[in-house]
Design a protein around this ligand. Sequence first.
Ligand code: SAM
Length: 241
Amino acid sequence: MAHYPTSDGRAAWRASVLTLFPEMFPGPLGVSLVGQALQAGVWSLTPHQIRDFGLGRHWQVDDTPAGGGAGMVLRADVLGAALDAAGAQNPDSPLIYLSPRGQPFDQTMAKELAAGPGVILLAGRFEGIDERVIAGRGLREVSIGDYVLSGGELAAMVLIDACVRLLPGVLGAAESLAHESFEGGLLEYPQYTRPREWEGRSIPDVLLSGDHQAIAAWRKAEAQRITAERRPDLVAKPDRD
Ligand code: SAM
């Protein structure tokens, strides 16, 4: 497997995605800064077609649920083979099943995954996957929120995007991570730009004062106010300035 070293010699962060719809990739991951980083080899993306591991003349990947019920379930034997093939190409990366039952994805998990060699993501479809493959391959279940998507592909894209923008060199200095939401456990303060007046609404005077200390204090106070109003659960966490 090609290693795609970056210009500074670092190995590329590798995203492998097991899916029935590889044509969905790179999709939104191919544009803007994340797409440029893909082009530059900062990260690599390998979609794996699950159907390539399907059974019989029709490359069957799913079957009816044991015990009855609606819909279809992706087979453990098919997924096991697909995961093994992806793992051989992307060793050392964690195996993740995108699932509404999973651990909630957040910025802390994005940082943890971005610091590793990459990820192997299994995007489910239909009613989901045979439970046995989760234990059999040690899959970590990760959810992107408390709602049900039609498939895991959009969830995989969300996870990849959040990780890739944390990789060294992906964001320019202008898009610094330092003051973003969740840094220091707070949501971001309000942002403004020209014009100074818009439909009777002004930019707060302090931001035009040139007083950097006063601006920093105002931003911190606003970040604290917004976080307390909208996400008191974050305020309760210990990890803040
Ligand atoms: N029957 C499943 C349930 O009730 O939990 C839902 C299956 S859903 C229609 C099909 C696939 O979409 C899942 O296997 C999973 O890969 C993906 N998916 C749906 N919602 C998700 C979420 N909130 N986070 C991550 N993946 C999700």
